[in-house]
Design a protein around this ligand. Structure first.
Ligand code: ADP
Ligand code: MG
Length: 730
């Protein structure tokens, strides 16, 4: 009998490579061709409408109905030149993925005929039947209406002959039902606060944007093998699998040459990205076999996040053509490197200055230090909220699991900048400085920064939040995450911190003899002192850090339902309210939804593992045990009494297999009972915690018995593709 596993392997080996052709050898010939970008707007929009849209993008000004009609018609005409027949409002509900409902452009006219039509009303607002998106209690079923509304700051694009219009998704009463709305509000808050602070240094700064450059890690698995692993299909990760004899210990995959099959896929999906204006530039092998990374050039945060969501979608579609499935899960394979989505973040001004990049003069360096130190201070103030912002069942496998940043939030800045901060702390005296002191500070501390950053090569890969020369890298974000929530949190805490900084500096100038620069130095010095406990330069993966962090009073919460408790803190609500990012209802809804998602993820995994144990593993074990029993009987027939010695080995195995089978059976029963008990709990939070404490441990114990059986049972009998096949089949 041929198992599904062997059929899958045969199928993989018979694969022919897929060849695709990019529209041109030169990327610049077709980059952005499927985006309603500047060029398309200039070609299709009347001048007046073009100006309005540009203004809406920069200042957030409203677009009136007449202009909206013109934009809609231009978008439709442009889209039709590319063969589009449908349009959709593309939004990001709190499921963490994207949603779309397509409508044809057609409008009936007399004589049973139709014309293509698209007007401003349809562009600006839609009312999708939204009752089945997660809302965390914001909408009860009577008021199930939700609206999507056009976000002109992210350009429309075409996929599969459909014009996709990025939109926000809000309830009838205006509460955010999506990931984009709070992000846009946080970006507005950080713009306002950072622009005000920039005024200390440069009056020409009138706008500050947050920039985001994400790096996406993923695995590729052949579709046939994927389909033969119900755990991968239903949960995105392997719930069983004995470690292969060769894992990643040789480090021979990282930056190794990319297999031609994987490369054909990458070329094809990058072509799609380029058409969609996503500037993916980097591709390389990651640490684990069949693990890869791609990264674009960074851009404005909201656009970058939309592009990340789009890329994940595009990757899946293109992968299927190449008979691959993309695994975005944070930990598809136990014992191997997990996948993250590093979020590189900075602030940039309308004048083109990166505020986290030191300048050439002491003055611009003081601006750099201001933003740099305020960022550290904000992280110190809200480390727990940052932890909560990346908490999911799947990221729990990564954080603190010895090869990803730990669940303790800390900030790495490098030895040289640490020295600068230490010197500032010592040299800035309370009150007025002498001219000598000031000169010394400017020349020897602040003035030195650009030089030292040039050779600042000490990068710490174990830090969850690291300064990397001209940006911070939030490395603890999970590979499945929608960057919007961590970016909403980060930009909000920076906005709040900068606002407070401005207030403190202004008050100090008002109440003392200090000059503006002296006051800034003074407040920054206080921040350096107050936020010291968040700075950590050592090995974040080590056990020593766990102990040290405990002494510093930093939290180390490894499980999502507990990490999410931070969302209930008063200071978190105050933060979001003060920046107009979320109100209490919106925040509570998010907490509720994140808990529900956690509980449902564990529930699904638990059901899948239970089914697989009963339908795949135990029957296979029994079948193999029967062949051993036949073997023992046969030995006895042939050898008679002399069979005793020869039967020892198979008899031992028969007994061991029986032990594993009974452990599996009893643990499945206990796990089902634990679920039954947990399901009775009224409170979402308590239910999530019960799943975490009482159900999740069975996933481990069931896996343990199964992985042992995998090593005992004849390879011919084993029903599921093994790790070595999933990871090494090219
Ligand atoms: P790595 O972290 O892998 O060593 P790099 O430091 O070269 O890689 O860059 C990582 C990412 O940082 C890139 O995707 C890049 O687009 C992004 N990045 C660079 N500068 C900025 C910035 N000012 N703001 C946001 N992201 C940035
Ligand atoms: Mg990186």
């Amino acid at each position: 009998m041929k198992t599904l596993r062997f059929s899958a392997l045969t199928e993989v080996l018979s694969r022919k490579p897929v060849h695709s052709q990019a529209p041109s050898d030169k990327i610049s010939d077709y980059f952005g061709n499927h985006v309603f970008n500047e060029d398309a707007m200039l070609a299709f929009l009347p001048k007046e409408a073009y100006k309005s849209v540009k203004e809406a993008i920069v200042t957030g000004a409203k677009i009136d109905r007449k202009i909206a009609d013109q934009v809609a018609s231009a978008m439709k005409n442009w889209a039709m030149t590319l063969g589009a027949t449908h349009y959709t409002h593309w939004f990001q509900p709190l499921t963490g993925t994207t949603a779309e409902k397509h409508d044809a452009f057609i409008d009936p006219i007399e004589g049973g005929r139709v014309v293509e039509r698209f007007n401003g009303g349809l562009l600006v607002q839609q009312e999708p039947d939204a009752s089945s998106f997660p809302h965390g209690g914001i909408r009860n079923t009577f008021e199930a209406r939700g609206y999507t509304a056009w976000d002109p700051t992210s350009p429309a694009f075409i996929i599969d002959k459909t014009l996709c219009i990025p939109t926000v998704f809000v309830s009838y009463t205006g509460e955010a039902l999506d990931n984009k709305t709070p992000l846009l509000r946080a970006l507005a808050a950080v713009d306002e606060a950072a622009t005000e602070v920039c005024q200390y240094f440069d009056k020409t700064t009138t706008k500050v944007i947050a920039t985001l450059g994400w790096e996406q890690e993923y695995f590729l698995v052949d579709t046939a093998l994927f389909a033969a692993r119900p755990d991968l299909v239903l949960t995105g990760r392997t719930l069983f699998g004995h470690a292969p004899a060769k894992g990643q210990q040789l480090d021979d995959h990282y930056f190794g040459s990319i297999s031609s099959r994987a490369q054909a896929f990458m070329r094809d999906f990058e072509t799609e990205c380029f058409l969609l204006g996503i500037p993916t530039t980097t591709r390389h092998n990651e640490v684990a076999p069949n693990q890869f990374e791609c990264a674009p050039v960074f851009s404005e945060c909201n656009l970058a996040n939309d592009q990340n969501q789009l890329l994940i979608d595009v990757m899946d579609k293109v992968a299927i053509k190449h008979h691959f499935r993309v695994l975005n899960h944070e930990k598809p394979f136990a014992g191997l490197n997990g996948s993250g989505k590093h979020n590189n973040w900075s602030l940039a001004t309308n004048t083109g200055k990166n505020l986290l990049s030191p300048g050439k003069t002491p003055k611009t360096n003081l601006q750099f230090l201001t933003f740099f130190i305020n960022t550290i201070k904000a992280v110190h103030r809200h480390d727990d909220l940052l932890r909560a912002s990346i908490a999911t069942a799947s990221n729990d496998h990564r954080l603190g699991a010895n090869e990803a940043p730990p669940a303790i939030i800390s900030c790495f800045i490098g030895s040289q900048l640490s020295q600068v901060l230490d010197e500032l702390e010592v040299q800035v005296k309370d009150g007025k400085m002498t001219p000598e002191e000031k000169t010394n500070l400017k020349l020897h501390v602040v003035g030195k920064i650009p030089e030292i950053l040039l050779d600042n090569t000490d990068r710490n890969r174990t830090s969850p939040f690291a300064f990397t020369g001209n940006k911070f890298e939030f490395r603890a974000v999970g590979s499945t995450a929608n960057c919007a929530f961590p970016m909403t949190v980060l930009n909000s805490i920076i906005a709040q911190q900068l606002k407070d900084f401005k207030k403190e500096v202004d008050a100090l100038i008002e109440s003392s003899e200090l000059t503006k620069d002296e006051a800034i130095f003074q407040i920054l010095r206080n921040y350096i002192e107050e936020s010291k406990s968040i700075r950590f330069e050592g090995d974040g993966y080590g056990d020593d850090w766990v102990v040290e962090a405990g002494k510093r009073g930093l939290n180390n919460i490894k499980e999502t339902p507990y990490a999410l408790e931070f969302l209930k803190e008063k200071k978190v609500l105050e933060l979001f309210e003060s920046c107009n990012v979320m109100n209490q209802v919106e925040l509570e809804a998010r907490h509720e939804i994140l808990l529900e998602q956690y509980q449902m993820t564990i529930q699904i995994e638990s059901r899948v593992i239970g089914d697989l144990v009963r339908n795949h593993i135990v029957p296979t074990a029994i079948r193999y045990q029967n062949t051993l029993i036949e073997n023992v009987k046969g030995l006895k027939d042939v050898l008679g009494d002399a069979a005793k010695d020869a039967s020892k080995e198979p008899l031992d195995m028969i007994i061991k297999i029986s032990e594993h089978i009974s452990a599996l059976k009893s643990n499945v029963d206990k796990m089902i009972e634990a679920r039954r008990q947990a399901n009775k709990i009224e409170s979402t939070e308590e239910m999530a915690k019960a799943y975490c404490k009482n159900v999740k441990p069975y996933l481990e114990s069931l896996r343990d018995s199964t992985d042992r059986l995998e090593m005992m049972i004849d390879d011919e009998h084993w029903p599921l593709p093994k790790y070595r096949e999933l990871l090494y089949t090219r």
